[in-house]
Design a protein around this ligand. Structure first.
Ligand SMILES: [Zn+2]
Length: 443
């Protein structure tokens, strides 16, 4: 890979101690090799980034990429979580491999434009021959670093669960497929572009046994564990009624705490659960837009951070957002904590740290999330010469006033976005294909 020198940035938000004004950044072989002032050009190619702010690439810790083709479905627009799911399950049951790939391709391209360089995904239904392999294929095409988690549902309506029976799988088959995927795709090495996680959908769609067995399997294989937890009041009530305990206790009893676990939402964690997460190093994927969209509540992120809980951000599935912009999510995270706790509850820079370094930690990575020598070359370039930054006294406070999309984006040193356009896939074609897919799915 060619050495590239990003020359003359207005500002670099490093997430590694002090921010830097007017620095250059050198990328070589997928890693950041030099950060400093007036670096020698040497053999490097050069890109002018004057008038731009550099941040580490944003890290998305929770998504359901397959949902991109079911945005703004009228009957689901104003429903609460459980009603929303029941409206969408029958539509998702008509998906196959083509819909999975297309939906993921679009969702990942949209994320890239919003500054995201690493995304996790949580795919938990596999109708008509769809496989996790389909979304992995899309991630390779778009070029984002990818943590694909193998979701699952095993308790259908007839057994008292929420999903229709047609969308649930046998628990033995679920575990076998997790093993197949880990053996085929998981890369534990530093700089990995692809990792696999084990991710039963939620306590209300799988059995206690599957939760326990999934944790044992993931630990044996050295991969991460992910699920939804304590998303809203209904979710907590279900836990108390069905399992006789709150979600935190349920998770702890089944091995679902530790630095290799990250839970989505956690809107309703109480003080004891926050303490449990802090003590055990358990991570949280905070999804503020989805929590607003579904009226779930405001996650106690200020309290979590103060207690030492690892918090990253997630856009959540495109059907409960219905946008997939990670920079929007970071701004929303900042605003919601201010609604709950006052204007000094979260600074723009802290929210950006959650979106980058926080997400990296939640995914168990110590090689991304900073612009520092030795870290992977995952860099977002934000042009602050436009209208949306004009008049700002502090353009580095990107989440207060700044662009909502990147000018350029690098993942492992490779340019994925240039001049605000995705370079790796034909987005015009993908948009047309999405229109056709929606016609077919809604017809
Ligand atoms: Zn979710």
């Amino acid at each position: 890979m060619t050495t590239l020198l990003l020359r003359g940035a207005a500002h670099v938000l490093t997430m590694d101690g002090a921010d830097l004004a007017d620095p250059d950044v050198r990328i070589d072989g997928g890693a950041i090799t030099e950060v400093g002032h007036a670096l020698e050009r040497g053999e490097s190619a050069e890109m002018d980034v004057s008038g731009c702010i550099l941040t580490p690439g944003l890290v998305n810790t929770h998504h359901h990429l397959f949902q991109t083709l079911t945005r703004a479905v009228p009957a689901a627009q104003d429903a609460l979580l459980f009603g929303w799911l029941k409206t969408l399950y029958p539509i998702w049951a008509r998906f196959g491999p083509d819909e999975m790939r297309l939906s993921a391709r679009i969702g990942l391209a949209e994320l890239a434009l919003s500054g995201c360089t690493t995304s996790s995904d949580h795919l938990y239904l596999f109708p008509n021959g769809a496989r996790l392999d389909d979304t992995i294929e899309a991630a390779v095409e778009v070029g984002l670093r990818f943590h694909a988690t193998r979701g699952s549902m095993s308790i259908g309506e007839s057994a008292g669960g929420l999903p229709p029976d047609a969308l649930v799988e046998r628990e033995a088959d679920i575990l076998d497929d997790c093993i197949r995927l880990i053996d085929a795709f998981h890369d534990p090495a530093p700089g990995a572009m692809l990792r696999i996680g084990v991710a039963p959908c939620s306590p209300f769609s799988v059995s206690r046994e599957l939760m326990r067995d999934a944790a044992i399997l993931a630990r044996g294989k050295g991969v991460g564990l992910h699920t939804h937890l304590a998303e809203n009041d209904e979710d907590v009530a279900y836990s108390i009624e069905t399992f006789g305990c709150r979600p935190g206790t349920y998770a702890e009893e089944l091995g679902w705490t530790g630095p290799d676990v990250w839970h989505a939402h956690c809107v309703k964690l109480d003080a004891a659960e926050i303490d449990l997460f802090a003590r055990t190093g358990t991570g949280v994927a905070h999804c503020p837009c989805s929590n607003c969209r579904l009226g779930s509540g405001i996650a106690p992120v200020r309290q979590m951070r103060d207690a030492g809980v690892t918090v990253g951000l997630g856009v959540d599935g495109s059907a409960s957002n219905d946008r997939g912009s990670l920079i929007d999510e970071a701004r929303q995270a900042m605003l919601l904590q201010r609604v709950a706790n006052g204007a000094d509850a979260m600074a723009a820079r802290e929210a950006l740290e959650i979106a980058t370094l926080g997400g990296a930690k939640a995914l168990g990575r110590d090689d991304i999330g900073k612009i520092a020598v030795g870290y992977r070359a995952d860099i977002a370039v934000w042009d602050i010469s436009g209208l949306d930054s004009a008049g700002s006294w502090d353009p580095a406070a990107l989440l207060l006033a700044g662009p909502r999309g990147v000018r350029d984006l690098f993942v492992e040193g490779r340019q994925i976005v240039g001049e605000g356009r995705v370079l790796t896939i034909d987005t015009t074609r993908a948009t047309k294909d999405a229109r056709k897919a929606v016609e077919k799915l809604s017809g």
